[in-house]
Ligand binder design. Structure first.
Ligand SMILES: C[S@@+](CC[C@H](N)C(=O)[O-])C[C@H]1O[C@@H](n2cnc3c(N)ncnc32)[C@H](O)[C@@H]1O
Length: 264
């Protein structure tokens, strides 16, 4: 991972806006992860926990959870929110600042997750393999690993490269201002399956002053057979592949690829 691509940099300017994007807050994945966490009995290890969008509902449901993330600004927001939770919820949460490429956490987990595409920040096969080996070491025998990635769509694969799209229309911020976001796919390379994305967050303060924050990063996109081979070659048995968080079977038209796997 190059320094300028580290999540600390990627999420540094915009971490405080993450929880205000309806595209993120309205995601329908939380019930799925809570039910998987309850079924596992916990504790759960979430790789790339961000500001705790999925972590909090799991902890509130009574399941202990460790959240690992490499972006200190994201964890800082999570910590602020955690301080406002009841003590019993706070007691169920532990946070680790670190990379999913190299983590050593005491104990083994019956469930490890990477909600909302965090794994797609790993651009190379080498990094993906390294992460999976660390996951395997931290799973109980028969423990589950859920890999959650998007199904690549036309926009990523074939453009429109360079065309700005307002993918967050103005939304109200708690201070009375508004936020909108304009996203561009700057480039998408079919050979490396890496897309270069630039997101401009435009905050309009109540007095009309506009501030722009830029989030620029690369995403690795995956096709189903590649992921199946990757998981199987690292000792993960695929139990289910869902196309969405309602557990509908995956098809070519599905928006997501949610692999529920077990340590073989
Ligand atoms: C799209 S956000 C998802 C956050 C959260 N899981 C959610 O569902 O809202 C991706 C997260 O992965 C984290 N991340 C990216 N690369 C990472 C790495 N190598 N190790 C740990 N965390 C990483 C980012 O800092 C970011 O918080």
């Amino acid at each position: 991972m190059r320094f300028e691509e580290s999540p600390d940099i990627i999420y540094g300017e915009t971490a405080h806006l993450y929880d205000h994007l309806p595209r993120y807050t309205n995601r329908v994945d939380r019930d799925f992860y809570v039910s998987e966490a309850l079924a596992s009995g916990g504790p759960v290890l979430e790789l790339g926990c961000g500001t705790g969008r999925v972590l909090f509902p799991i902890a509130r449901a009574g399941v202990p959870i460790i959240g690992l993330d490499l972006a200190a600004p994201m964890l800082a927001i999570l910590k602020q929110k955690l301080a406002t939770e009841p003590t019993e919820v706070q007691d169920r949460v532990q946070l680790v600042l670190g990379t999913m490429l190299d983590f050593h956490i005491e104990g083994c987990f019956p469930l490890i997750t990477t909600p909302f595409r965090s794994f797609q920040h790993l651009l190379t096969q080498e990094d993906q393999a390294t992460c999976l080996e660390h996951v395997k070491l931290h799973l109980t025998p028969g423990g589950r690993f859920i890999l959650d990635i998007f199904q690549p769509d036309e926009e990523i694969i074939n453009g429109p490269v360079g065309t700005p799209v307002e993918d967050v229309h103005p939304v109200a911020l708690p201070n009375g201002g508004t936020l909108r976001r304009i996203t561009r796919v700057m480039a998408a390379c079919p050979k490396t399956q890496v897309a270069d994305i630039q997101m401009a967050y435009e905050v309009t303060a109540p007095d009309g002053v506009i501030t722009r924050y830029i989030q620029a990063f690369k995403w690795r996109y995956f096709f189903r057979p590649e992921v199946e081979a990757l998981l199987e070659s690292h000792g993960f048995r695929i139990l289910d592949l869902y196309g969405n968080y309602d557990r509908s079977p995956h098809s070519d038209a599905s928006p997501e690829m949610v692999f529920v796997t077990e340590r073989a």
